[in-house]
Design a protein around this ligand. Structure first.
Ligand code: HEM
Length: 217
């Protein structure tokens, strides 16, 4: 034990470099211990946040992101297996339901996130850019939701396709899309919008990382 205490005391506050650990503990032990000692993602998550950012309200953006990850993973599985699988098999229906509830969670958390951003005045100064990026993701997510319903292929989906065809898809530019064209709808739902969202969310979170969390009003 004393030996271990000395070892930790010796390294206190220093990065545990692999080379040094290898010299002191041998290659095998150093390699196995890497999992325990190396800070993940180069200390990216080790940053101490200000106390006001520790409340549940400040977790809403992260939970929105988590819901987005769930949506992506279940969405890729659904796409790989196709509509007969997600409409008619037990496991397919379960996967479709997880995808659906992840979307509900996404909108629930994004709404709370916007409430928190608004109430803490986090849009001030240069953060207006991130606010605008966030709003763009929100509106794109509304579109993604519509195309998700159109892609589902059940009765309600066809009903929405019929109505949106007369209303939304009668508008200039949007006229290029036919909601009854499954291939077109899937392309928008699984490629165009999600990739744009991914890029926007990436920029959004990177900007939060660079600008830091705003002091509340
Ligand atoms: C896919 C959607 C979104 C994701 C994944 C997301 C994620 C995040 C995360 C993780 C943070 C860090 C702080 C926190 O969680 O509260 C954050 C901050 C921020 N978000 Fe979002 N967000 C999204 C949508 C939005 C929307 C719709 C808006 C505004 C309309 C917005 C505006 C902001 C602003 C201004 C900040 C900086 C807050 C500060 O410095 O205190 N975000 N976002």
């Amino acid at each position: 034990m004393a030996d271990q205490d000395d070892y930790f005391a010796h390294h206190k506050g220093e990065p545990f470099r692999f080379k040094e650990r290898k010299e002191e503990r041998g290659w095998w032990r150093a390699a196995f211990e890497s999992f325990a000692y190396l800070p993940p993602f180069n200390r990216m998550f080790g940053k101490v946040e200000p106390s006001y950012a520790e409340s549940y309200w400040y977790c809403m953006g992260g939970l929105t992101f988590l819901s987005f990850l769930f949506l992506t993973i279940t969405g890729v599985i659904l796409t790989l297996f196709g509509p007969p699988w997600w409409l008619h098999t037990h496991i397919g229906i379960v996967m479709k339901s997880i995808h659906y509830w992840s979307a509900q969670a996404f909108f629930f958390f994004i709404f709370l996130h916007v409430v928190r951003v608004w109430l803490t005045g986090a849009y001030r100064g240069k953060r207006w850019i991130n606010y605008a990026i966030g709003l763009t993701t929100l509106f794109l997510a509304f579109g993604e939701n519509l195309f998700g319903v159109l892609a589902r292929g059940d009765w309600e989906s066809q009903f929405v396709a019929m109505h949106s065809n007369y209303m939304l898809f009668g508008l200039p530019l949007l006229r290029l899309i036919a909601p009854s064209n499954f291939t077109q709808v899937m392309l928008v739902h699984v490629a165009f919008i999600p990739f744009t969202l991914l890029v926007l969310i990436g920029v959004h979170i990177t900007l939060v990382k660079l600008q830091g969390i705003a002091r509340p009003l």
